[in-house]
Ligand binder design. Structure first.
Ligand SMILES: Cc1cc2nc3c(=O)[nH]c(=O)nc-3n(C[C@H](O)[C@H](O)[C@H](O)COP(=O)(O)OP(=O)(O)OC[C@H]3O[C@@H](n4cnc5c(N)ncnc54)[C@H](O)[C@@H]3O)c2cc1C
Ligand code: SF4
Length: 620
């Protein structure tokens, strides 16, 4: 995949790639491994009667080139898998980073270190179980906030988190180890469909807020109004105080245009040149500058993820946190929840999530309520395993499909010298398109660069002159999260024709901004159109693309246990309680009745506060 050109080392011959990737793969669950093996087997034999690994370099190049230009969905999926795996291993090697000039270091604008977060107490579970008033499954944006609110209301709270506890003192330094440790399925969770879309989520204390970009948007007013009008959420028009409190506590502030980095500035300049509305993104990272490494955990914890904000606050109010505890069943008696059964993962095996031999039973009995906050993948997984919540569990799966639109500039951009998500453009919000200048580290973003083989390496060499804008779609398409035969989740999601057209429209708008900012070519990430040059946008917009031609990712799963006024249309009542089971609540992104249209963390936080109030009121 990487033959080595112009100072970039050849994979395997000059830098080891397969060894580290193989070690990374051993940390994945057997379920994901089986799928990857099948995929790699297909990739290897696709040039039948020859095998990819035995082709000479010229034939390999030719084969990769044909896959890149193919119209078949399977070819793109296999090529993307091969690019993701090989780039993960290749792009993190010091020689590659040095050649590209890619170096990062987190810092605050004044050079100081943020003050240490509060204590999390003893997080190691002991014995066979515990008792409390409220048990919360999951410690992300929803679970952490609910825990703080309920503990502060005087309830005895336990938070159970499947992942481990990390902060600036112990984030894994090796990028592959960080991905294996901090993400569910090593970040390789895929929603299958037209096209297949990677949907990474975290698995760590603090949930996905540990590795997210820190972007803070309030839910748009029209969306909140729709939720109030059509889904019975009377309180959704009344979130001003909750948003304000969270913004204050998380120290949310807009990125300083002077310091956002060239990638954001180019988007800002391009948007201004065509008169598109937008602004610097508000983030929960104070005045951090540099380094675009958020997906590996913020080296200095400038970003106020839940593990350094609401969780210490919950503990200060008396909550107990237990990590390495994966809940597999909500326990009920006579139609009422009484707690949860879990598997406690022994510390030495935490990176190997499915090592059955390393597990012990663990039960938490809850006197008042059980709150499920495992995120929009983990929550339906648990409800389905427990047979609770009814037929709508897992349906209404929205993800904000996103497309990475890169562009080559004649000037140095060095997008890694800047904030990862820095400038938004909301000019086309009415069409469901939100653009965000987003620069992804090479290990993640590298797989989306143009080409394969030599051409991909040429793209890597240009990485320092690359700008990028993420196109996010306020999706109407809806997928479904179900359970696979082996009991773990099986996510399906296909774009509607209309949503595919709106993504293509968003790609064109991102290209327009890039060109207005001076880009010499744009990479729309569509199989048939490897690159666009100035003047080609008209033809691009006149073309209708097949859904499978789009190369997408998604970072915002939501809606899989949605609130609805009519119990047959949803899983939860407007107070977050699960239909049909007394004392059981959901408090995470699963609750959203529809796609929210902006980065969801702040809306999850506001929802969790509302649900916590319902639980506290029920307990009183
Ligand atoms: C790379 C990336 C960047 C993002 N950037 C942004 C951003 O900048 N701004 C923004 O608003 N949003 C962003 N998001 C999305 C945002 O972080 C999530 O929407 C938000 O964290 C969701 O909160 P949650 O509580 O629903 O779930 P999560 O935060 O995902 O937390 C769920 C937790 O529950 C745990 N869990 C699940 N099942 C179980 C179980 N059975 N037992 C025990 N524990 C369990 C999981 O391990 C996880 O830690 C990003 C997401 C990604 C992937
Ligand atoms: S860019 Fe992200 S990782 Fe870097 S200092 Fe800021 S919040 Fe931390």
């Amino acid at each position: 995949m990487a033959p080595g050109i112009d100072g970039l080392p050849a994979a395997e011959r000059e830098v080891e790639v397969s060894g580290p990737v193989a070690r990374f793969l051993t940390s994945l669950s057997p379920r994901i491994l089986v799928r990857l093996r099948l995929g790699l087997f297909a990739f290897e034999w696709l040039p039948f009667p020859w095998r990819f690994s035995r082709l000479d370099p010229v034939a390999r190049e030719d084969f990769l080139h044909r896959l890149e230009r193919s119209r078949f969905r399977l070819h793109h999926e296999l090529l993307l898998m091969a690019k993701i795996l090989s780039t993960l291993g290749y792009a993190v090697t010091p020689r590659v980073r040095e050649r590209i000039g890619f170096e990062t270091s987190c810092a605050l604008a004044d050079g100081s270190l943020p003050e240490p977060a509060g204590d999390l107490g003893e997080t190691e579970p002991r014995g066979e179980g515990e008792e409390c008033d409220v048990v919360i499954v999951g410690s992300g944006a929803g679970g952490a906030v609910a825990a703080a609110m309920l503990a502060e209301a005087g309830l005895d709270v336990i938070v159970l988190e499947a992942g481990g506890s990390f902060n600036r003192d112990n984030y894994p330094q090796d990028p592959l180890e960080a991905i294996a440790t901090l993400y569910r399925d090593g970040g390789l969770t895929i929603a299958e469909g037209q096209p297949a879309i990677p949907v990474p989520v975290a698995r760590a204390l603090g949930g996905t807020t540990v590795i997210n970009s820190g972007t803070c948007f309030r839910a748009p007013e029209p969306v909140l109004e729709e939720w109030r009008r059509d889904f019975g959420m009377e309180w959704s028009g009344d979130l001003e105080a909750d948003f304000a409190e969270a913004e204050d506590f998380l120290r949310v502030q807009p990125v300083d245009p002077e310091r956002m980095g060239r990638n954001g500035q180019l988007a800002m300049e391009g948007a201004a040149a065509i008169g598109a509305s937008g602004g610097p993104i508000s983030r929960n990272a104070g005045d951090c500058v540099q380094c675009s490494s958020c997906p590996f955990g913020c080296e200095i914890d400038a970003k106020r993820g839940m593990h350094v904000s609401y969780l210490p606050r919950a503990v200060a109010a008396g909550a107990r946190i237990r990590t390495g505890v994966e809940v597999d069943q909500v326990l009920t008696e006579a139609g009422r929840t009484v707690g949860v059964h879990a598997c406690r993962l022994l510390p030495a095996y935490r990176a190997k999530s499915d090592n059955q031999g390393a597990r012990r039973d663990y039960t938490v009995r809850a006197r008042v309520a059980t709150i499920v906050a495992g995120g929009a993948l983990g929550t339906p997984e648990l409800l389905l395993r427990s047979g609770l919540g009814g037929k709508q569990v897992g349906r209404n799966f929205h993800i904000h499909p996103a497309c990475w639109v890169g562009a080559r500039y004649e000037e140095d951009v060095r997008g890694w010298d800047g904030v990862m998500q820095s400038y938004y453009v909301d000019q086309w919000e009415a069409r469901g398109v939100l653009l965000e200048a987003t620069f992804t580290p090479l290990a993640f973003g590298g797989a989306w660069l143009l080409g394969a083989g030599r051409e991909h390496q040429e793209s890597m060499l240009r990485f320092g002159r690359m700008g990028s804008i993420g196109v996010h779609l306020h999706d109407r398409s809806a997928g479904r999260v179900g359970l696979g035969a082996e009991g773990s989740i099986h996510a399906r999601y296909s774009l509607t024709r209309d949503d595919a057209d709106r993504i293509a429209y968003g790609i064109a708008r991102a290209a327009e901004i890039h060109f207005a900012a001076g880009a010499v070519e744009v990479y729309p990430n569509i199989a048939r159109v490897p690159r666009l040059r100035p003047g080609q946008l008209g033809d691009f917009e006149a073309t209708r693309f097949a859904r499978s031609e789009l190369r997408l990712e998604a970072f915002h799963p939501m809606g899989t246990a949605r609130v609805a006024a009519d119990p047959t249309a949803g899983v939860c009542a407007p107070d977050g309680s699960v239909n049909g089971t007394a004392g059981l609540y959901v408090a995470d992104a699963s609750l959203f009745p529809t796609s929210v249209g902006v980065n969801p963390m702040m809306t999850v936080i506001a929802f969790a506060k509302q649900v916590a109030r319902s639980v506290a009121a029920a307990a009183a």
